[in-house]
Ligand binder design. Sequence first.
Ligand SMILES: Cc1ncc(COP(=O)(O)O)c(C=O)c1O
Length: 371
Amino acid sequence: MTEDKESFPQNFLSDPLRQHKPYIPGEQPSSAERTIKLNTNENPYPPSPSVGDKAAEEIKKLNLYPNPKSNQLRKVIASLHQISMEQVIVGNGSDDLLNLCVRAFADSNRSVGMLDPSYSLYEVLASIQGAQLIRIPFASDDFELPLKKVTNCSANLFFLTSPHAPSGRAYQLELLDSVAGNFNGVLVIDEAYADFAQQNAIPLLAKYPNVIITRTLSKSYSLAGLRVGYAMGNPSVIQVLDRAREVYNLDRIAQAIAQAALEDQKYFKETKQKIIESRIWISDIFAEWGWRMIPSATNFIFCKPLDHSGTGGAQIANSLYSFLSTQGILVRYFPQNKLTESYIRISIGMPEEMSMLVSKIKEWQHQGQLK
Ligand SMILES: Cc1ncc(COP(=O)(O)O)c(C=O)c1O
């Protein structure tokens, strides 16, 4: 090597990676710590009991490569949504599919668009690809979709999070239809939380070839640790994504467990219902306290905490976030954006965890009163 060894490997880095800032995931405490984890929108219920036997069967076959196209799993997904298998691609979490979309439809001449704020991974993926990022801000903290700004933007690929994160707001199908019909590019509708909502964008698949919908088993199927997600779209688009896919992107165990979980719709519906009930329970309490909330179509609540005197704001949100973390309750706080700095995001946990949260918030309010 003729180059100065001190500066290796920096001197050899690709241009995009020189400036790149990686994604920072929510805190995952070590299992030794006793925490109530309400910070990464995981499902508090364990996965369907049917997945254990399937995993055990597959373990015996781990000497053999998995089906490279995850055909059985794709069939199950296709039948669940009444589409064809050629309209489905699966991946290592929906993050894998979002990554494939960027690989396929963005580069230094083809920009990526996103709502600001929304899922920060979009920005990270665009950056690795060396693509310019176009941020479309919201007009106010009701997170209404800025329709014209989205459809007029020059992005080649646009990520629209629906229901929106971190606000939890739902967007009506008619609105998404207008975006898809008027946007001149590839529109990815990230439906990570759609199972908790009343509506989804699946009807748009039959109407618009430029729509890709991504889903995950991490939230509504209690499988965040497994890493399985999928994308649905026009067969021609799915073929393109498939070209960029890693050959064996889903291992045998992941394929088998994901299939078993999707087939156990009874368990899925029961656990989903419990989460929605807890969401209503906690929303009612916050509403009684006069806290502002975005009506949630997800498994989390985005709310503006008020202290004992009824005051809210960035300092108050930060104070509650910090207090809860000292009490072993992890929630998420996004201080970087004006629209989020006065809010915290709370994932829906077990009923007893939500009760504990309520009593700790009361304690925080009481402590403020004594100061
Ligand atoms: C909006 C959104 N999209 C995608 C994901 C990624 O999900 P997965 O676990 O399938 O990669 C998340 C995870 O939190 C998310 O919030």
